[in-house]
Design a protein around this ligand. Structure first.
Ligand SMILES: C[S@@+](CC[C@H](N)C(=O)[O-])C[C@H]1O[C@@H](n2cnc3c(N)ncnc32)[C@H](O)[C@@H]1O
Length: 253
């Protein structure tokens, strides 16, 4: 296992987390004064840090030991070895394979927003599905969910996770333009610049009155996304800041 060591902690390096996963990190771990990002292969990274080598078992064991269940709205996200007695609805995920274990604020806020807004029978698109967690949650809430991702590595993982939870959203490789039909709700944990770029396309894939749940947005870039959404005629329904992140909800009039 290859580890990329960055100076700082989860808080100071939080803004880099989605990028590290986008670039192929299989997991992150906080060490004294450093964050370690685990990669299956070494690659050129546009970030300050240095590479080191670890035997595979070290990081796997550390990862399993440190990973805690995550509660989000009516859900609790569990790894297969966790035990949980609470009344929450369980989402079982094999962690470390794709972004979306519920440990990141952006995923957690999206889970909570889905629980508030998804009604049985709705058609939901999860754009940038990663582990499939948001499509799985939407399906558990009674929706017909579709998850799309442009990373071929995550699609089998999302399908595996869905099967482990007894649900079967449709997952496919691609991006927004490859989605068929219109949706009552789109949930997207991307990043501000990509949301702004995709904003002109979002209305095509939403029914009238449909909701756009947008996460992965650093607060300092909120304006960029908000301007792009308003330019398309979207009505802002809700904003929820948490730490450096903001979760935004819009309605297509
Ligand atoms: C931050 S992760 C979100 C994973 C999961 N939905 C969650 O909320 O935890 C972003 C995902 O979006 C995917 N992605 C990035 N750009 C994309 C694009 N243009 N179209 C589709 N998927 C994209 C990445 O491969 C990654 O799996």
């Amino acid at each position: 296992m290859h580890v990329f060591r960055l100076k700082g902690n989860f808080e100071t390096l939080d803004a880099y987390t989605p990028l590290l996963f986008d670039l192929g990190a299989r997991g992150l771990e906080e060490k004294p004064g450093e964050v370690w990002a685990y990669f299956p292969t070494r690659l050129e990274l546009p970030l300050p840090g240095e590479w080191a080598e670890l035997p595979d078992t070290d990081w796997l064991e550390a990862w399993r030991r440190d990973l805690k269940p995550v509660r989000a709205g009516p859900f609790v996200v569990l790894a297969p070895w966790h035990r949980w007695e609470g009344p929450e609805q369980r989402i079982l995920l094999e962690p470390g394979m794709a972004f979306g274990t519920g440990h990141h604020e952006t995923t957690r806020m999206a889970l909570e927003a889905l629980a508030e807004r998804v009604k049985p029978g709705m058609r939901v698109l999860d754009l940038g599905t990663g582990s499939g967690i948001l499509a799985i949650a939407a399906q558990m809430l009674g929706a017909w969910a579709v998850g799309v991702d442009n990373d071929p590595a995550v699609i089998p993982q999302a399908r595996h996770n869905a099967a482990a939870n007894g649900v079967s959203p449709e997952f496919f490789l691609g991006t927004l333009e490859n989605a068929h039909g219109v949706f009552d709700l789109i949930v997207a944990n991307l990043y501000a610049e990509l949301h702004a770029e995709l904003a002109p396309l979002y209305p095509t894939y939403l029914v009238q009155g449909g909701h756009m749940l947008m996460t992965g947005i650093l607060s300092e870039r909120e304006r960029l996304v908000d301007n792009a959404m308003r330019a398309q005629g979207f009505e802002s329904l809700h904003r929820r800041p948490e730490g450096e992140w903001v979760h935004l909800i819009y309605r297509k009039p």
